[in-house]
Each structure stands twice: as C-alpha cells, then as structure tokens.
Design a binder for this molecule. Sequence first.
Ligand code: SF4
Length: 213
Amino acid sequence: MKRKLQIEVPGGEDTVLLHTCCAPCSSAIVEALTDNGIRPVIYYCNPNIYPEREYLMRKDECTRYARSLGLEIVDADYDHAQWLTAMKGLENEPERGARCLKCFRYRLERAAGYAHEHGLKVVTTTLASSRWKSLDQINEAGRYAAGLFPDVVWWDRNWRKGGLQERRSQIIKEYCFYNQQYCGCEFSMRFLSRSIEKEDGQQAWPGPSPSDL
Ligand code: SF4
C-alpha cells in the first residue's frame, strides 16, 4: 500500500515550479506533491538532450504523465546549439564534473526566470531524484539560479528519501514509462558501445539503465 509522505513547501506555498527532466524522475515527486495538496507547475526545460528525437520522446512521456493527472506542463525552448555553445571547453569533462554543474545552472536559471515572471516563489527540480547526479551540484546550481531573482527561493529537499525511490519504480511500471539509458547530452553517450549500432544506423541503448534517470 502507498505510504503518504508529509511535505511542506518553504513559506507554506501551495504551488511550486518543478523543473522536470523526465517522466521517471518526476513520477514519485509529482505524486507526493499532489498528495499533499501542492500544485506542481511542471517546467520542461532540457535543451541538453541530444538528439532531438530523444528530447521529444522524454518530453512526450512527461506530457503524458502530467495530462493523466490534470497538471499543467510548460514546454520551454529546445535550443541545443545554444546549450552546446554554453558548454564550450567542457566537452571532455566526466559526468558530475564542471560541465554538469554548468548544465544544471543553465536549466535552473531558466526555471527560476519563469517562476519570477509568473509569480511562483518556490523552485525545485526532479534532477535531484537521480542517484547518478551530485546533489551538491544540483543545490549549488539551484541556489545560484534562485539568487538571480529576489522573489524566488530554491527548495533543496532531498527527493531520494521518504520511500520516493521505491514509489518511483512502481509508477514507472504502472505507466510503462520510457526509461532512458544515458543522461542526455551527446557527451554522456560515450560509454555506449559502438557494437550496438543498428543496421539502419540508429543507435539502440540496451541493457540496464545506468541513469535510472
Ligand atoms: S551528462 Fe547530463 S548533466 Fe552532465 S552535461 Fe550532459 S546532460 Fe547535462
């Protein structure tokens, strides 16, 4: 049986801007928020994802989940070329390195900007639910982004705790979500074996999800 997690938003707000990276990562967080009467405005801003068909697949899954719950989803711009320019010089960084910190800042800056423009005071992200990412980096980026706008607060809740990881696995199965197998950018695809190239030239990503994203 599902256990209800008690959640309180900073400042007692009943709406939060939830930067969302994908349906699996957002699954249990969105549910926990709505179970507590908190409305998440789902903000899909991930121009880091490459190629575009992968971006669209992840976005479609987020949209499917949001709509099934009657929630609003905001579709931010997909400008991968601009993102690449911002990452220049960091292409060879490992995951959890300087490029990832900059990538988090890039996306959360835009999330905080949207919150500021639309009167939303609290921002958090589903990125924080993935155990493959550095919580310290995410919180550093979130504090930086919120700090650009005096009326926006960064919510640094640890979304990996309180049974949310277990619930996430259940929801992924319930919805049969597409579960990607690399973080998102072309640089995070490096470990994928060339031997898995299909004959038609399209890349397949087999095996267990290293991102469990
Ligand atoms: S590995 Fe992931 S977090 Fe790091 S730069 Fe690429 S997409 Fe962004």
